[in-house]
Write a protein that binds this ligand. Structure first.
Ligand code: UDP
Ligand code: MG
Length: 309
């Protein structure tokens, strides 16, 4: 069986089109297919539309969260509930064309355990492309994991990979990083990424910034290390400054008023760096705090067509 996982958040305009397209895709697949929709607390008609489909097709399964938990968490729930021997994860706004899944499945049958769909082209705004480019570069420089370029979360995962990923329960999660991290036999399939079928992006800048920061902090300690270096650097400068001040005081007592400039600079400089360092430390401590509380990653309000397991 092959499971398709769709995180959905306020996609009432795209969802019917997506399901219809999926029916066409399913006809071309020999194996059983289940479609798992993770309704991430949608506030529009998404849920009603999905439940209507689910009533008529037992292969359409719906998991509704009690509120919006975010895309990455919805993906996680998808992997938790998926029953298939392979799981295809994709966006539900038709930016990831469902037909491409057929190529992913073909590669999987050829023995690959992770097949990611790589964008040959994308139709997004200039700013989005630029920030994405900058983000992946930074991430690659700062961390030791190698996230393939131009890939989103559209990919196929073998059952072995899914079972491995299910063991990662961190709450600030970055699924792309985790799938690279676990290894296995990986390959790519090229595709042209469409424009969003309807509606607005569900990733406003605020969510995107959180996503980027989660990615960097879950795979890199370098920001912390930079703050240590910065601390050392400032400490050495301060020592030189102190030496200079004492020297002037001892040997040129009549012109000591000159110390004023140095003092002002020192106060600002040390104060500023300390703030930066404390801020970075605070970020990591915040993350430790969230992980230590060990809260459930998501809260399910209702499941439809899911057998108890
Ligand atoms: N999504 C979600 N929860 C959220 C935000 C987004 O489940 O809080 C889903 C959304 O419905 C879509 C996918 O995640 O299926 C990707 O979101 P979107 O298309 O808005 O992101 P973009 O393609 O603009 O980066
Ligand atoms: Mg999209």
């Amino acid at each position: 069986m092959i499971t398709f996982v769709f995180p959905v958040y306020n996609e009432e305009q795209s969802i019917a089109k997506l399901v219809e397209e999926m029916f066409r895709v399913r006809e071309k697949i020999d194996d059983d297919v289940e479609m798992l929709f993770i309704n991430d607390g949608s506030k529009d008609n998404t849920e009603r539309i999905l439940l209507n489909y689910a009533k008529e097709h037992s292969s359409i399964k719906v998991i509704s969260f009690s509120r919006n938990f975010g895309h990455q968490i919805a993906l996680t729930a998808g992997l938790d509930y998926a029953r298939g021997d392979a799981v295809v994860v994709m966006d539900s706004d038709l930016q990831d064309p469902p037909m491409v899944a057929l190529e992913l499945i073909e590669k999987w049958k050829g023995g690959y355990e992770i097949v990611y769909a790589k964008r040959r082209s994308r139709k997004d705004g200039f700013l989005k492309k630029l920030t994405a480019w900058g983000f992946y570069r930074t991430l690659r420089t700062l961390s030791s994991i190698d996230i393939p370029e131009d890939t989103g979360d559209f990919r196929l995962l073998d059952r072995k990979v899914v079972d491995t990923l299910k063991q990662f329960r961190e709450s600030s999660r970055f699924m792309r990083g985790l799938t690279s991290y676990v290894g296995f036999k990986q390959t790519a399939v090229l595709f042209d990424r469409n424009e969003r079928f309807a509606g607005e992006t569900k990733y406003p800048w605020r969510k995107m910034a959180k996503f980027a920061w989660d990615g960097i902090t879950s795979f890199s300690m370098i920001p912390l290390r930079i703050s240590t270096y910065l601390g050392f650097f400032v400490a050495i400068l301060s020592l030189i400054g102190i030496g200079y001040a004492l020297f002037m005081k001892l040997f040129f007592p009549d012109i000591t008023v000159t110390g004023w400039t140095l003092m002002i600079i020192a106060i600002f400089f040390i104060g500023g760096t300390q703030m930066v360092v404390l801020g970075i430390m605070g970020e990591y401590i915040g993350r430790i705090y969230t992980e230590v509380r060990n809260r459930p990653l998501y809260i399910v309000k209702q499941t439809t067509n899911i057998d108890a397991h």
